[in-house]
Design a protein around this ligand. Structure first.
Ligand SMILES: Nc1ncnc2c1ncn2[C@@H]1O[C@H](COP(=O)(O)OP(=O)(O)O)[C@@H](O)[C@H]1O
Ligand SMILES: [Mg+2]
Length: 315
């Protein structure tokens, strides 16, 4: 953390390891989630994201290391911590035979809220998540997108200071994802700290103030998305097909100082202004113009450069 951040982190993990069998699911993880930010845990399937969240909300105990939330040690104060946070699990946990509104009321009673408070919060959440007439439908009949909105509404019934979302948009349509992103932004704007996991780099780039990239239980990078991209690579990329000899010629024509990645027979090269890379390749190719993609560099590139694998591969 920088010295300009005034408060202690909402979540703090130090040297946290969780072992199930031989290979640790989480391996010596340090993490600080600053108050009021949207913080992302980004990594492929099996990287240890869900296990990390489970230790934060007290559903799993670390094999080693310390986890505190709101400055409280989770192992000692699990109940107090849970009362102040909301969790939306990777798979929706809903009562399928009740209406959306009834699901919210049941959750409210679970939090021991009085009837007036429950009624007010349900109305607010129906409005906030734009459930409309779907609020009075049986959950079983709702689409995947509405079920996801309801699951998020349930985790907001106790007005949590920290909202934990485990892969909130996995498997949803692009327009449904956009809608959920706007709700997450609105929550963050209203002061809620959001901790989100995803294996979608575009989601992390759009939503998160800061991300930790995880691979095999470890944090391999930790910074703001734009800073990760510019530190590890550069702002822009060109991509083109070539063999290894051509790649060597291209890189040496630029003095060999250019960050680059290779995936299959495709080369990606990075510069803050990638048009100069494009010009260099055109010069080498002469009249023979191969297709070149010029695009912004992204977190997927960072992940590939750090781990040697793509985000959609198994960790
Ligand atoms: N309850 C469990 N028992 C045994 N192994 C587990 C358990 N939970 C997770 N794991 C293992 O730990 C690793 C990390 O899993 P997980 O935290 O679910 O990753 P992610 O959420 O990033 O996909 C995986 O190899 C997984 O199989
Ligand atoms: Mg998971």
């Amino acid at each position: 953390m920088t010295s300009t951040e005034p408060r202690s982190p909402v979540v703090s993990m130090r040297g946290v390891t969780k072992r199930y069998g031989e290979r640790p699911a989480v391996d010596g993880l340090d993490l600080d989630v600053p108050e009021g930010q949207c913080f992302g845990l980004l990594g492929p399937n099996g990287a240890g994201k869900t296990t990390t969240l489970r230790m934060i909300y007290g559903a799993a105990q670390p094999s080693a290391g310390a986890v505190s939330v709101f400055g409280l040690e989770v192992a000692k104060y699990a109940r107090q911590v849970r009362a102040r946070l909301g969790v939306t699990l990777q798979d929706n946990v809903l009562i399928e035979t009740a209406t959306a509104r009834e699901n919210m009321q049941i959750f409210g009673r679970h939090y021991l809220l009085d009837a007036d408070t429950i009624a007010r919060r349900v109305d607010t959440l129906v409005e906030f998540l734009q459930l409309g007439a779907h609020a009075d439908m049986i959950v079983r009949r709702l689409s995947g997108g509405f079920k996801r909105r309801l699951a998020i509404a349930l985790s907001l019934m106790n007005m949590p200071e920290l909202l934990i979302l485990d892969e909130p948009t996995t498997g949803l349509d692009p327009n449904v994802r956009q809608g959920l992103w706007s709700r997450v932004r609105a929550l963050r704007a209203s002061g809620t700290t959001v901790l989100i996991t995803t294996h979608y780099m575009d989601e992390a780039e759009r939503l998160c103030d800061r991300v930790v990239i995880m691979a095999r239980g470890r944090a391999i990078a930790d910074d703001a998305p734009a800073a990760l991209i510019s530190t590890h690579l550069a702002r822009e990329a060109i991509e083109f097909d070539c063999d290894e000899a051509e790649e060597r010629r291209f890189l040496s024509s630029l003095g060999n100082g250019v960050p680059h990645l290779r995936a299959g027979n495709r080369t990606m090269a990075f510069a803050d202004d990638a048009s100069r890379l494009q010009d260099a390749l055109r010069d080498l190719d002469g009249g023979d113009r191969r297709p070149i993609v010029l695009r912004p560099a992204n977190l997927e590139d960072v992940f590939l450069s750090l781990s040697g694998t793509r985000l959609d591969e198994e960790g």
